[in-house]
Write a new protein. Structure first.
Length: 562
């Protein structure tokens, strides 16, 4: 891989037909990604999403302008999530309701912005339009499923990355620190806490460019932004006390940078992530360190070397902070889907740099090799993560049922204030709602293969239940008492068949498992039924003749500042 280039290639001439076909190539991963988004996105809040509704309530109650600004900038965990709150307010004002799918769409559009930054940088190096295909394959695939289908996370995690890389593009490829180069990191900082890392990284980039007038402007903006960010800041609770050893943190950092490797069809996602992490860190070091060595020997860095260096240090720095603060939750936390944008973007940097710095007559080979590798990541991601996307949609729809119907009759008990701000999402049970509150007289018998309680969680398993579909279809557990009816999603058993990589319907095999925390149930004894939802919303009920009980003790609440 060539790492030393004295000057950038001129941007190639534009040929409309070539640009059309090149654009069509990198548009295809986006279209597949968009189709899956359309199939599985649903307007139901998940975890921190509820904070956005609380923000709207608090904003309405705020009397003075000072109080309203405080609610906008109020700390959320360790972050200032001003952009999330602003777009939530804007959506509410324009549509009359807060719609979490709208937030997901906005967040996913940040991926498009991130892609366009890479495309522009590649064009600056003289690369053809189609050579951005590896970047499209890496950014638009189901590895991103958690951010993709989570309103707050999509806006926060995708947007901060797009703004950060756009900042480094401005600093690397422009001759002066303009207003856009200052505005972008300011917006990133009030999107997610790791946006603060952009400032020291950008400062070093300006030193490398020997733009000392820019350094002064940057320092002034940095000082103001940091002062405002930490005004009234309090260290949040919630991170584990045990942060692990230095080796644990190093292991976690490598996993964080290689998390994209979990998509590959290997037996253990931690091992594949570790291998990809070691490779991508090694390649990053072979690019970044020689560039620094040349700089200290009096050579000016190229625009692409600066761009790569800024992006790589930002991602590595974010990974280090996350590893130190999160490794206590377990190494699996470091490869969770919401962090994968960093690993995928680092891979995009390495491949794009290889393409940009290759001689023009060899550039197509680098682009083709990068495309093949990125295609494997993209292709296998759909078979690897489809079960998690499938389960997420079913979990959210049953979660909505359980907080909507808190009496033993099909009447919503959502409070008027929440109903005014958020619409209940259409769900598969709407047309059959009364049936969930009545004991079916035509229910068949079904024997549970496993029912046991461990650590206050009931585990239910049935080994031979058929696979019914890939969206709302499947098995659900009904827990019914004289005072309450609950609906719980299940996890369909995974198939070991190699066909599932080519035929997504082969992802599952017969059988399912359900986990029901006792703390999710009001006090009482509950009869268990199984609901089978088939194609075209065909319903069947099964009696299990089994019961579970709950003491009604509340779940342990994580300390939070919102």
């Amino acid at each position: 891989m060539q790492t030393i280039v004295q000057k950038e290639s001129p941007e190639p001439p534009s040929f409309p037909l070539a640009r059309f076909w090149g654009g069509l190539l990198w548009l295809l991963p986006m279209l597949v990604y968009g189709w899956f988004f359309d199939q599985y996105a649903i307007n139901i809040p998940k975890y921190d999403d509820h904070a956005l509704r609380v923000f709207l309530v608090n904003l309405e109650k705020a009397g003075s302008l000072h109080d309203k600004i405080y609610e906008l900038f109020r700390q959320h965990n360790e972050h200032r999530i001003v952009l999330d709150r602003f777009f939530s307010w804007l959506d509410f004002r324009l549509t009359g309701k807060l719609n979490y799918v709208h937030l997901m769409v906005l967040g996913n559009l940040s991926l498009v912005l991130l892609f366009l930054v890479f495309l522009r940088a590649l064009r600056k190096a003289g690369a053809a339009v189609w050579m951005a295909l590896p970047v499209s394959l890496l950014l638009f695939n189901l590895s991103q499923w958690e951010n993709m289908l989570w309103g707050m996370a999509a806006l926060q995690n995708f947007t901060v990355m797009a703004l950060a890389i756009a900042t480094f593009y401005e600093l690397a490829f422009k001759n002066r620190v303009g207003w856009l180069a200052i505005l972008l990191p300011v917006l990133a900082t009030i999107t997610s806490g790791n946006g603060l890392l952009i400032w020291p990284v950008g400062l070093l980039m300006l030193f490398f460019r020997q733009d000392y007038a820019g350094v002064l402007r940057w320092l002034a903006a940095l000082a103001i932004t940091f002062r405002l960010y930490f005004l009234g800041y309090e260290k949040p609770a919630g991170n584990p006390v045990d942060q692990g050893s230095v080796l644990d943190q190093l292991h976690g950092w490598i996993l964080f940078n290689g998390a994209a490797g979990e998509a590959l069809p290997l037996a253990n996602g931690l091992i594949s992530s570790l291998l990809i992490g070691l490779v991508v860190i090694g390649l990053t070091a072979t690019i970044a360190l020689p560039a620094l060595w040349r700089f200290f020997r009096g050579h000016k860095l190229t625009d692409w070397q600066l761009f790569f260096w800024g992006g790589a240090v930002f991602i590595a720095g974010t990974g280090l902070v996350v590893a130190i603060n999160r490794v206590g939750f377990g190494l699996e936390t470091l490869i969770t889907s919401r962090y994968k944008i960093y690993s995928l973007t680092l891979l995009a940097f390495v491949i794009s740099y290889w393409i940009a710095t290759s001689p023009p007559h060899r550039r197509w080979r680098a682009a083709l090799a990068g495309t093949v590798f990125s295609f494997f990541i993209c292709f296998f991601s759909y078979g690897t993560y489809l079960d998690r996307v499938y389960y997420l949609r079913q979990f959210l729809t049953t979660y909505q049922f359980n907080y909507t119907y808190t009496q033993p009759r099909p009447v919503s008990t959502i409070d008027p204030e929440t109903r005014r701000m958020i619409d209940t999402a259409p769900a598969f049970y709407d047309s059959h709602l009364p049936a969930l509150f009545e004991r079916s007289k035509t229910a068949s018998a079904l024997r549970l293969d496993t029912l046991y309680k461990s650590n206050d969680v009931y585990t239910i398993r049935v080994d031979s239940f058929p696979v019914l579909g890939l969206r709302e279809e499947g098995a659900y557990v009904i827990a019914r008492s004289p005072h309450r009816v609950y609906l719980f999603s299940t996890q369909q058993s995974l198939s070991g068949s190699r066909r599932r990589w080519l035929q997504l319907r082969q992802t599952f095999r017969p059988g399912f498992t359900a986990h029901i925390p006792e703390t999710d149930l009001d006090r009482g004894t509950y009869d268990l039924q199984i609901l089978a939802v088939g194609p075209n919303s065909q319903w069947r009920f099964f009696n299990t003749d089994r019961q579970i009980t709950s003491s009604g003790k509340p779940s342990v609440q994580i300390q939070k500042n919102w």
